[in-house]
Design a protein around this ligand. Structure first.
Ligand SMILES: [Zn+2]
Length: 204
């Protein structure tokens, strides 16, 4: 089954530390592309697809295009997700992650349609009917049922990662730091108390 927002931890996306804004901002576009490759692999693994999608940076002539998924065919040897240079340049990791999730859902749907019995739900009929409207033909984009699936995945995963998963990780780390500081303080107090005790005994 395809990934949904509640499975971010199970798919180990929460463990990709470079997706966090403070880490992402230190990376150049090719490093960021490598981070998105990790995400694509994690999603494919969770979904039970082969990890055979290559994520690559791309300059699009049409500046509105943020990403594209290209299934392998006679000319293209590997399944490919292209992410625009503009998106990779952006210091907000959630924009790039969202595009990656959107294109990964295209990869899932393609794989499901080419692999009978892979997808457990009924949606396959809708996807098959909609196939001629698929991503490459961008005029059909807004009305396409497949696009709705991809947009929904994009929105829900980004929302949860940004508003729940990462903030929870941050507050856990802050708690750990606070705890550490408290323990240090406690230890210092104990040392001080012991010193005073020793001094008293010496003065006696
Ligand atoms: Zn799309």
């Amino acid at each position: 089954m395809y990934i949904r927002s509640e499975y971010i931890e199970e798919a180990k996306i929460d463990q990709i530390q470079e997706l966090r804004p403070e880490q992402w901002q230190k990376l150049n576009t090719s490093d960021r592309c490598a981070v998105l490759q990790k995400c694509a692999d994690a999603i494919a693994e969770f979904e039970g697809r082969p990890k055979d999608v290559i994520v690559a940076e791309m300059y699009f002539f049409d500046s509105k295009t943020k990403g594209e998924f290209h299934p392998k065919d006679e000319t293209l040897k590997t399944n490919t997700i292209l992410i625009s240079h503009e998106v990779l340049k952006c210091d907000d990791p959630y924009i790039a992650f969202g595009v990656l999730v959107h294109e990964s859902r295209h990869a899932y749907i393609c794989h499901a349609m080419d692999t009978p019995g892979f997808h457990p739900g009924q949606e396959q009929d809708i996807w098959l009917k909609d196939r001629q409207n698929a991503h490459a033909k961008s005029p059909g984009r807004a009305s396409s049922e497949i696009e709705k699936y991809c947009d929904l995945a994009q929105k829900s995963l980004v929302d949860r990662l940004k508003k729940e998963v990462h903030p929870q990780q941050r507050s856990k780390e802050q708690l750990a730091i606070l705890l550490y500081l408290c323990q240090e303080k406690q230890a210092a107090l104990e040392i001080q108390a012991q010193k005073q005790k020793d001094e008293k005994e010496r003065d006696r």
